[in-house]
Design a binder for this molecule. Structure first.
Ligand code: AP5
Length: 211
């Protein structure tokens, strides 16, 4: 299974990828996580991409493509979360996959309204220990759980200004990718305004996997 997860910030790409990876064994490849890991390690690349990340801007295409490429080979199944985000990245991905002899099965577009997305992102908490994503109200972080002791922190780019910027970029650059994948008969749309478990089930139904 090779899946692309498309959708605006807060639609639940990371949340769903996490659950689908647990249920199917597919590898979760998140370009956002890769970017944050480089920033945390204070690497040369991390210092280069930090400003973009904190403002909510996209990292330049050539940098992100080089960061994503090594993760595409070596796993039978994967879920691509946060990549591609514009047509140039989609074309670069197609080229890399052709070289590797890999075909995409589906591009899942999670759809939700902007007001709900702002509410979700302002309540998001991420575990520093495991990287797992929670929501203060809808999916609260565990208390006294040795598998995930936290701390549960708010992301630097979850300020109102950065959220608005990210959503604007999404509508301008990423949303047109729905047509890109529809033209290739790969697009499936899923209503991401539903409860988290219902969204997971809809994706599994769309790709023909049982929960
Ligand atoms: P990235 O980490 O990908 O951030 P993002 O695109 O802003 O997406 P989010 O993580 O905010 O949204 P999500 O859909 O994963 O939501 P989540 O599941 O957490 O990228 C960060 C940065 O890295 C970018 O800004 C850029 O600088 C750089 N970058 C990454 N990829 C790049 C690329 N390809 N090109 C250039 N730059 C790139 O859910 C959000 C909250 O909602 C959570 O609290 C969750 O619990 C809750 N929630 C989820 N689903 C539901 C539901 N159904 N009901 C109620 N609550 C829900």
């Amino acid at each position: 299974m090779k899946l692309i997860l498309l959708g605006p910030q807060g639609a639940g790409k990371g949340t769903q990828a996490q659950r689908l990876a647990e249920k199917t064994g597919a590898k979760h490849i998140s370009t956002g996580d890769i970017v944050r890991a480089e920033i945390k390690a204070d690497s040369e690349l991390g210092r280069k991409v930090q400003e973009y990340n904190d403002r909510g801007d996209l990292v330049t295409d050539s940098v992100i493509v080089e960061m994503a490429k090594p993760h595409l080979s070596g796993a039978d199944s994967w879920l691509l979360d946060g990549f591609p985000r514009n047509e140039a990245q989609a074309e670069a991905l197609d080229e890399a996959l052709t070289e590797l002899g890999i075909e995409i099965d589906k591009a899942i577009a999670l759809e939700a309204e902007d007001d709900e997305l702002v509410h979700r992102l302002s309540g998001r908490r991420t575990s520093d220990a495991t990287g797992k994503v929670y929501h203060a109200e809808h999916d609260p972080p565990p208390e006294n759980d040795s598998d995930d002791p936290g701390p549960f922190v708010q992301r630097k780019d979850d300020t109102e200004e950065a959220i608005r910027n990210r959503l604007e970029i999404y509508h301008e650059q990423t949303e047109p990718l729905k047509d890109y994948y529809d033209e290739r008969n790969l697009l499936v749309t899923v209503d991401a305004m539903q409860e988290i478990d219902t969204v997971t089930q809809d994706i599994l139904d769309a790709v023909g996997e049982s929960a």
